[in-house]
Design a protein around this ligand. Sequence first.
Ligand code: SF4
Length: 150
Amino acid sequence: MSIEQNEIIKTTDPIFTLSIASKLSETPAHSIRQYIDKGLILPFNTKTGRHLFSEVDIIRLKCIKAHLNGQGLNIAGIKALYSLIPCWAIKECSMKERKNCGAYKESSTPCWEASHKSFTCLNTDCRECEVYRIPESCKDLKSLLKVLIP
Ligand code: SF4
């Protein structure tokens, strides 16, 4: 099962610094750092240790803001929501892969934070992955399930 192609419309090119991302998303830089620490967002890391952000990241930051302000969630709640995304169904992982995958077995972290990953994900850049990009359009869990189970 795959996410419709037209769901993915923004570039993941890392082009914005933290301060620009902060302005574009109307999110304080210290909050962005906190979201990074909590695994809600995966910035691109340069060789010098700077974070860079893409258009997709800006949308994710705006979604996080909407979840916090409009839907009454806190950071832990958003993380729990992301942890429920059934990546194994989206990536069509076999039962054998699921048994060896932290993302399948662990329930408290999003798959991109899993302790170990299945063969399907080992060589995939999570920033480019359709699973990581699902929350970019502010979908709630029911909207997500409608995509997965039409
Ligand atoms: S590539 Fe990364 S984001 Fe995609 S399903 Fe695997 S762990 Fe999750």
